[in-house]
Design a binder for this molecule. Structure first.
Ligand code: F3S
Length: 415
């Protein structure tokens, strides 16, 4: 990779050992990916997952490693518009959940360190819902796969899929290696998905994303024939694209800012592959994440990625004057900023009165020991990971189906 004199000096330790290490991470990553240079970045989103690691195990001393890293970062100023998502429950919620004391302590230490480093702690996997909304063409360094796909595909910003170390390094060095979707030529679609079945709910968009992610792997797909998505549709689509496969960018013809037409998404070329997402494929996607052996459910997880205010309002409307079935626990995961709005608008009270939890700034799968046997969720991503990470039986269904199950204690297939 071609480095400027200043970058070369930092790499050689002119500004201290830690910045040299950060530069080495970016340079080695760039070299491995074929980058020619480092380019400026002023919008980063770093994910710190220490507590989740504590719960589920992630090798040797994950807490110490993360804290050392953050304390080193905090000796430097973050540059530009840098937010962070630390996956832990908001401190007001410690009493509500089964959270080990070492996890509480870890969360507080990590939050303090990140704050001192200068990060704006939005504490959400959906930073675009609470103020970090990059513009078309803006180079970013974001972690969290669903947010990365959203930034590239819906906002037209440009970010490769970052890990914690690279996003933190980019936050203090202000550069990223230029490869992948940062370059025009790698943003053209090669796989065309013709959508021939109606997409009626955000969960149907999740089914499309799961199918497309599976088919695409690391390719750039373009979706053709879809209706205009809502923000909630787009959120489910992007999360499922990144959990069904390793997608970084997916064009939606006439929606993605740089793809006003199918032809422009493909760069005027024929697609290398063309598949159809029809009724059969939609049903198959749902069937893959319905692993239940019985219709009785005990857990409902909403807000993956974190719920928008619209989703919270819809949940409240459905639950007004109702109660969750005995033995059913319902989590609505969301950013603190969204919960504050929901409280002010009365939605939070309605959901709590019905027996639900508004769970900010993380999600049960990521940061607590979830005791669950059978879960319903409208999120393909949540179902995909909960199945593997906590070994729970999962049922993915649209929001109405999930809420009906929450109230009756039984899930019925309304499709
Ligand atoms: Fe967010 Fe948890 Fe889903 S961090 S994307 S709600 S798995």
């Amino acid at each position: 990779m071609n480095l400027t004199d200043e970058q070369q000096q930092i790499l050689c330790g002119a500004k201290g050992e830690f910045l040299a290490t950060c530069m080495r991470w970016l340079v080695e990553w760039g070299d491995a990916m074929g980058a020619q240079r480092l380019v400026p970045v002023a919008n980063t989103h770093a994910l710190v997952t220490v507590p989740g690691n504590l719960v589920y195990g992630a090798g040797d001393k994950p807490l110490e490693r993360s804290l050392d890293l953050l304390h080193a970062v905090c000796q430097h100023q973050v540059c530009g518009h840098c937010t962070t998502h630390i996956t832990f429950a908001h401190e007001e919620q410690y009493a509500e959940i089964d959270m080990p004391s070492e996890q509480v302590e870890a969360q507080q230490q990590v939050m303090q360190a990140a704050s001192e480093a200068g990060f704006l702690m939005t504490h959400t996997c959906a930073p675009y819902l609470v103020g970090n909304v990059p513009l078309k063409g803006e180079v970013c360094a974001w972690t969290e796969s669903s947010a990365v796909v959203y930034a590239n595909s819906i906002l037209g910003a440009r970010t490769t899929r970052h890990g914690t170390e690279s996003a933190l390094a980019a936050s203090i060095l202000g550069v990223v290696p230029e490869f992948g979707v940062l370059l025009d030529e790698n943003r053209l679609a090669t796989l065309q998905i013709d959508v021939t079945t109606p997409l009626r709910t955000p969960t149907d968009w999740g089914a499309l994303g799961y199918f497309t992610g599976r088919a695409a792997g690391l390719e750039v797909p373009v979706l053709h024939g879809t209706p205009q998505p809502t923000q909630e549709d787009a959120k489910q689509l992007c999360a499922a694209l990144a959990s069904g496969g390793g997608v970084t960018l997916c064009h939606i013809a006439a929606v993605t800012p740089e793809a006003p037409t199918l032809e422009q998404a493909l760069g005027g070329r024929h697609p290398q592959r063309q598949l159809t997402f029809g009724d059969q494929e939609r049903r198959a996607a749902y069937a893959e994440l319905r692993t239940h052996t019985d219709d009785c459910i005990d857990t409902v997880i909403l807000g993956c990625p974190h719920a928008s205010l619209h989703e919270v309002a819809e949940v409240a409307r459905h639950l007004k004057g109702k109660r969750l079935a005995p033995g059913v626990t319902m989590w609505v995961c969301l950013a603190y900023a969204t919960r504050a709005n929901a409280e002010r608008l009365g939605f939070a009270r309605t959901i709590i009165d019905a027996g639900g939890y508004l769970f900010c700034d993380t999600c049960p799968t990521n940061s607590m020991r979830l005791e669950a046997t059978r879960m319903v969720t409208p999120s393909f991503k949540q179902a995909h990971y909960a199945r593997g990470m906590i070994g729970v039986e999962v049922i993915v269904d649209n929001l109405r189906g999930c809420l009906a199950a929450a109230v009756s204690g039984r899930w019925h297939d309304g499709q």
